[in-house]
Design a protein around this ligand. Structure first.
Ligand SMILES: C[SH](C)CC(=O)O
Length: 267
């Protein structure tokens, strides 16, 4: 049994991810709105956060992380979101596909595939779990495509193939976006495209679309999480709408911790 307040137990640290993530901006807002005095959000990465979570969970130690759904961590560990009565983290959201201006004219087949791409949280999570169990992202994506031919053929239906045209997909190394971007890359390769995957931070991902360095992303968390980026680059991209429905972001803790709300962090 841990002694002291939950703040003492976790040294008033919330284990975050890359600083450009909307989840981190929302967490900074939570610190303010819930007046979490002398709490710190530790910047790092998706991988560092899940490594810290694994270590704490194995030792049944208290930990608070910035978390999101879909994610393999919910399949692997018994976790819960802290209630967010002030709704700082918004409600269930979507992941959108966004393409650079002009893509439709330059690469109509790629545009159509990107517009058709959509799948369920369970689909994304199954690719993430395979990656977490050690499969290379491209291999995990290939397996999922093999096991979901009907879905993928619907995306590809009626789209004419190409001979080696190049497409660049930008993404941030969030486990969810590594999964989705690798799946879309393979679907584009099935059409004959040569696909480059460009791993960048969140800001440069959106900037790359606006500059035309990136042709497309399937990593836009909207309407709230990436609202700032959407506003900053509005007019310089084309939003093809949701490719997945039912995301969630917030503070996540192991179920063995006896706190249930962000408000409990002040006790
Ligand atoms: C970490 S979520 C995949 C996206 C975001 O917070 O920007």
């Amino acid at each position: 049994k841990q002694s002291g307040t939950v703040g003492d137990q976790v040294k008033h640290k919330i284990i975050g991810i890359d600083p450009g993530a909307g989840l981190m901006k929302a967490t900074d807002k939570a610190i303010q709105e819930y007046e979490l005095k002398d709490w710190e959000v530790v910047e790092g990465s998706s991988a560092a956060m899940t490594a810290a979570l694994a270590k704490a969970y194995e030792n049944k130690e208290p930990i608070i992380v910035t978390g999101w759904t879909p994610h393999w961590k919910f399949a692997k560990y018994d976790l819960k979101y802290l209630e967010d009565p002030k709704k700082v983290y918004g409600d269930a959201e979507f992941i959108h596909t966004i393409v650079r201006k002009g893509l439709k004219g330059d690469h109509p087949s790629a545009y159509k595939l990107l517009d058709n791409f959509n799948w369920q949280p369970a689909d994304m999570e199954s690719v993430m779990v395979a990656m977490q169990e050690g499969k290379e992202p491209a291999a995990a994506a290939k397996d999922w495509i093999k096991n979901n031919e009907e879905t993928v053929n619907k995306w590809l239906e009626g789209i004419s193939t190409v001979q080696g045209d190049k497409i660049t997909l930008a993404y941030v190394a969030w486990d969810s976006e590594i999964a989705s971007t690798n799946v879309v890359a393979i679907a584009l390769e099935k059409l004959g495209y040569e696909v480059e995957l460009s791993q960048v931070e969140a800001g440069p991902m959106w900037a790359g679309l606006a500059s035309g360095d990136a042709d497309a992303i399937v990593a836009a968390w909207l309407p709230t999480t990436h609202a700032d980026y959407y506003k900053e680059f509005e007019g310089k991209f084309e939003d093809l709408g949701p490719n997945l429905e039912g995301t969630r972001i917030g503070l996540v803790v192991p179920a063995y911790m006896d706190i249930n709300s962000i408000e409990d962090l002040n006790k």
